[in-house]
Design a protein around this ligand. Structure first.
Ligand code: SF4
Length: 248
């Protein structure tokens, strides 16, 4: 029996897997330290939040859930734990649920192995592919990180299922110039869609980010339109606290 470092499960979400109703599984640990992270206890694998959990218990929980048609595995970074593969295998072999993984782009080779099990991958593009990735991930080896994220994008460009690129529009880090750089950089990877998420200032990993005011709804729409101008045949969505998810 395998255990996985687990923070919890949300039984029902209509937001995390577009077009489907999913359960959301939170797995612990992350190789990044994004200063705006709102799941710091999960990312840092704090013992009060994260506990070993039998994989079969998670599967039983999913089997007893008659509302959902899909599962999203998020974190933290789901691909950081070896046991995530067994969890995904069991979801696919023991249930009929569609399976999505939220990924931060740091494990391209591991992701490649997971793809036969997956129906949808959402990958973070934290910043333009330059040293802004250092601020965003707080990793000194940011060049290495950028290469891994690019490799992840390349792998997904050859995968014919649903794939999303997404960026959190963090004021002070991401503005019009950065959105142009990101959109130009990812255009060739042919994502199914690109999503721009509003920054939220609550419970951030770096407390200084709690004093940053999120962009206005109008600013978010404008950033979405700018992204759209540089993305060929890729749908762009903006997610705001005011109106939820909107297609640009
Ligand atoms: S926001 Fe950053 S630090 Fe937090 S879980 Fe996601 S990738 Fe990890």
């Amino acid at each position: 029996m395998s255990k996985i470092n687990f923070a919890g499960i949300v039984d029902y979400s209509s937001l995390d897997f577009p077009g489907h109703v999913c359960a959301v599984i939170y797995l612990c640990g992350c190789p990044y330290r994004c200063p705006w992270c709102q799941n710091a206890d999960v990312a840092l694998s704090k013992s009060e939040t994260c506990k070993p959990k039998e994989i079969f218990e998670i599967i039983e929980n999913l089997k007893e859930n008659f509302i959902i048609d899909s599962v999203t595995i998020t974190g933290g970074e789901p691909l950081m734990q070896n046991e995530t593969y067994e969890l995904c295998q069991k979801i696919k072999s023991e249930t009929n649920l569609l399976l999505k993984i939220d990924h931060n782009g740091f494990y391209p080779e591991i992701l490649q192995n997971f793809l036969p099990l997956l129906d949808f991958v959402s990958v973070d593009i934290k910043a333009p592919f330059n040293e802004k990735y250092k601020i965003s991930t707080q990793r000194n080896d940011w060049k290495n990180v950028v290469e891994k994220v690019k490799k992840t994008c390349e792998i997904l460009s050859l995968w014919n299922k649903k794939k999303e690129a997404r960026t959190t529009a963090v004021p002070t880090l991401i503005d019009e110039d950065e959105i142009v750089e990101i959109a130009k950089a990812i255009n060739k990877y042919k994502f199914s869609f690109y999503t721009l998420n509003e920054f939220r200032a609550e419970r951030t990993l770096d407390e200084k980010f709690q004093s940053i005011t999120p962009y206005s709804y109008e600013k978010m729409l404008n950033l979405g339109k700018i992204a759209k101008q540089h993305l060929d045949n890729i749908d762009v969505y903006v997610v705001t606290s005011k109106k939820g998810k909107e297609k640009i």
